[in-house]
Design a protein around this ligand. Structure first.
Ligand SMILES: Cc1cc2nc3c(=O)[nH]c(=O)nc-3n(C[C@H](O)[C@H](O)[C@H](O)COP(=O)(O)OP(=O)(O)OC[C@H]3O[C@@H](n4cnc5c(N)ncnc54)[C@H](O)[C@@H]3O)c2cc1C
Length: 445
């Protein structure tokens, strides 16, 4: 009863535990939650982060990321702090069991202004994110608070959380919730959102170590084609190093994951007495995605939503043109949005230079302004892509693509509330990229 009475308080208002409330509550302070907190902080959105653990993770999990994620760091004003800790431009090598190089893949593109692949030590990356969050007084991080329940009503969401294992339950009120609570997301469970798609659950033993010096014969990401036990070896910044070994069918996970076995398995590369093994644990990799990324005022991001989207075998290395069922112009789009929102929406054609100045004055970064202007010019020139209609959606999913009218009707609210949904979209994409890249990188191993 108490829950219900509090949950039905007015939009945006706080509760007894949290008189102010927040615009957004983020559940989980892993890398995705911390990035969402930075982006919202930057936009002046009042944000509360609720994290179950009492302190920052000290162990690495992710080790590699890409240029798109670096752009998100840049947009958050954190790329200069991140770059010194990155190892950029490593190649990936596929080796035979005898150590012969079968294939070397060198990332060469600079499409996004950064090298395509970047290696990092996750605790360092998270430290940059946490220091970034500290810039924003309107972002509060509460550690040691486990989210247990949610209640959404017309005006917002009440988030129920417990302090410690048996502490008191608190309620926090927000307009939106972003679930960044990892692959076993509590929030996804509370909203009954299933994981869909196929998975190829693969248990791998992960061994992280601190070395005395970087290995001179492993200077790039190496996949070891050993039919007896496929492996991966990967230098990380500083003197950190990771090995991953496939768990073979029928092997007992706990037995394989002993320190003794970890030492034995890395011994072809290093003298185990001269390294510090930080962790030796079996992880099971999946490739799945949540059926929905948004449910009412609750959005999922990061590992809570994605393990793989279009990285399944049949889509690998393919590029799709995805469009709706018909092409339309800006005037028509304005009419559709006006219809859906009940507001006055007009299209005003603006010279590129003026549009760029307006965007810059609103604080948009240069790369973003250039991209928007370039796209607008392409569309204005009728340069093909904007007017082409493809059958990709039907071909891939068997379902017809959506009309702009039905999209606008369903998301009418997003076109009338300021800023927050757009930011949350960017944040969700960041999380997807983090998790999606992991799925494809790891699958290659
Ligand atoms: C061995 C390994 C290697 C990987 N390699 C890569 C890689 O190279 N590149 C890559 O991009 N990705 C990689 N990944 C995946 C990457 O680690 C994840 O995609 C990324 O950590 C997801 O970040 P996240 O913030 O979404 O979730 P997490 O890092 O899982 O963080 C979730 C947070 O939510 C908190 N939480 C959970 N439940 C609650 C609750 N009820 N209430 C409050 N807080 C809660 C948790 O304590 C945690 O801090 C790897 C993963 C593993 C395990």
């Amino acid at each position: 009863m108490l829950m219900r009475a509090q949950a039905e308080s007015d939009a945006g208002a706080g509760t007894g535990d949290d008189p102010e409330g927040a615009d957004v509550v983020i559940v989980g302070y892993g890398p995705v939650g911390a990035m969402v907190a930075n982006l919202l902080g930057q936009a002046g959105v009042r944000t509360i982060v609720l994290e179950r653990d009492t302190k920052q993770h000290t162990m690495p999990r992710a080790g590699a990321t890409d240029d798109e994620v670096l752009r998100v760091f840049q947009a958050a004003g954190l790329v200069d702090q991140l770059l010194p800790g990155l190892d950029l431009g490593q190649s990936a090598q596929f080796l035979s069991v005898r150590g012969d190089r079968l294939v070397t893949m060198r990332p060469s593109g600079g499409r996004n202004g950064f090298p395509q692949v970047a290696f990092f030590y996750q605790p360092d990356l998270e430290r940059v994110l946490h220091e970034g969050v500290a810039r924003y007084p309107h972002v509060t991080v509460r550690m040691g608070v486990r989210v247990e329940g949610l209640h959404e009503d017309r005006g917002g969401v009440t988030v129920w959380a417990r302090e410690g294992d048996r502490g008191r339950q608190t309620a926090t009120r927000a307009r939106y919730v972003v679930a960044c609570d990892g692959g076993r997301s509590t929030v996804r469970g509370l909203r009954s959102i299933a994981f869909t798609g196929s998975t190829y659950a693969q248990p791998w033993l992960v061994v992280d170590a601190k070395l005395e010096a970087p290995l001179t014969d492993v200077t790039s990401f190496q996949f070891i084609g050993n039919p007896d036990r496929p492996g991966v070896t990967l230098p990380l910044p500083g003197t950190h190093h990771r090995w991953e070994f496939m768990v073979l069918p029928g092997e007992d996970h706990a037995e394989l994951a002993t320190l003794e076995n970890a030492r034995r398995l890395v011994s072809p590369w290093v003298d185990p007495d001269r390294i510090t093994i930080l962790r030796h644990i079996v992880y099971t990799f999946h490739a799945r995605a949540a059926a929905q990324w948004r449910s009412g005022r609750v959005l999922l991001a990061g590992a809570a939503v994605a393990a793989e989207v279009l990285t399944g075998d049949s889509h690998h290395d393919r590029v799709y043109d995805v469009t709706g069922p018909r092409a339309f112009g800006y005037e028509e789009l304005a009419a559709v949005l006006a219809d859906a929102t009940g507001q006055r929406v007009r299209h005003v054609s603006m010279p590129s230079g003026i549009a760029a100045n307006v965007l810059r004055r609103r604080g948009k970064p240069d790369w973003y302004v250039e991209h928007l202007v370039e796209m607008a010019e392409l569309f204005r020139a009728g340069a093909g892509a904007g007017a082409t209609v493809s059958t990709t959606v039907r071909d891939l999913t068997g379902r017809p693509s959506r009309t702009i009218e039905s999209f606008a009707a369903e998301h009418a609210g997003s076109f009338t509330q300021e800023g927050v949904p757009q930011l949350l979209h960017t944040a969700a994409r960041f999380g997807l990229t983090m998790a999606g890249r992991a799925a494809s990188v790891l699958r290659a191993g």
